[in-house]
Design a protein around this ligand. Structure first.
Ligand code: NAP
Length: 244
């Protein structure tokens, strides 16, 4: 059993995913990154011997190829998100996050790993935690989000990915355990103090903020710290910057 943990990272060329990549490598983990273009990876990670880059169109990979890349991984971190332009928001694949989540989880299950693989998903505070477990949103906010999911495919996609984890994978799966991290408005900046919450702490009309570096830090903690994992597995933690 190798000592060094191995993580499969999706979205490593993105704003948050790039920070996750740098922080995972900084902690000495091995990272396999599936990216569309290696030229968009953070310059600092180039040539790192613990980084394996797989240049491929994620959703075009066959189940067998996905399983090959997942074999031996302790965790999967997904920071996938739709590119914020007309093509990214309204073009295919509209179900990028949900389809990647489902295919990766099913591929892990097919591998039947000896210990459960941790799946850490970057989600959003626009995602509802079903069962009335979130602080109840006001009627106006619920109507707005309902409309948003109908009009904006990425909003629906994020909800579907979380619903899949909650409803299809659940908390008793012997092969996959998961946590869906819900940041508020993303900000630049370094790692600072942040707080974690089971439910929502801000409203859409008065949003909080979450440094991408803090989101990346928490995602890395989920991968490396057994106590953090025990606390948040099977949950949708909200992460916000601590008040100054
Ligand atoms: N913006 C906010 O305030 C906010 C707040 C909370 C949560 N979120 C959620 O957080 C997530 C990540 O946000 P971010 O701003 O860090 O993302 P980002 O910078 O836009 O990065 C998105 C990543 O997804 C990849 N990607 C996009 N389309 C793809 C496709 N068709 N196939 C394969 N990879 C693809 C991109 O790869 P390329 O480099 O190849 O394009 C990139 O690596 C999103 O799901 C977003 O909804 C955002």
């Amino acid at each position: 059993m190798p000592d060094r943990q191995t993580v499969l990272l999706l979205g490593a060329t993105g704003r948050t995913g790039g920070r996750v990549l740098e922080q995972l490598l900084g902690r000495g983990l091995s990272v396999r990154a599936i990216v569309r273009s290696a030229t968009r990876l953070p310059a600092k990670s180039a040539g790192n011997p613990n980084l394996t880059v797989i240049e491929a169109s994620l959703l075009s990979l066959s189940d067998e190829e996905l399983q090959r890349h997942l074999r031996g991984c302790d965790a999967v971190v997904s920071c996938l998100g739709h590119v914020i332009n007309l093509r990214g928001i309204f073009g295919a694949p509209r179900d990028l996050v949900a389809r990647a989540t489902e295919r990766l989880c099913r591929a892990v299950e097919a591998l039947r790993p000896a210990a459960p693989v941790r799946f850490v998903l970057m989600s959003s505070v626009s995602v509802n935690r079903p069962g009335g477990l979130d602080t109840r949103r006001g009627r106006g906010e619920r109507a707005f989000l309902w409309l948003l999911r109908g009009v904006l495919p990425p909003a629906q996609d994020n909800q579907r990915a979380a619903d899949f984890l909650l409803q299809q994978i659940g908390t008793g799966n012997p092969h996959v355990q998961w946590a869906a991290v819900r940041p508020d408005s993303l900000l630049e900046g370094d790692v600072t103090a942040y707080t974690l919450h089971e439910g929502l702490v801000n409203s859409l009309s008065a949003p909080g903020s979450s440094n991408m570096a803090n989101v990346a830090h928490f995602m890395c903690e989920l991968v490396t710290d057994p106590k953090a994992w025990e606390r948040w597995a099977g949950k949708l933690p909200v992460i916000v910057n601590a008040e100054k």
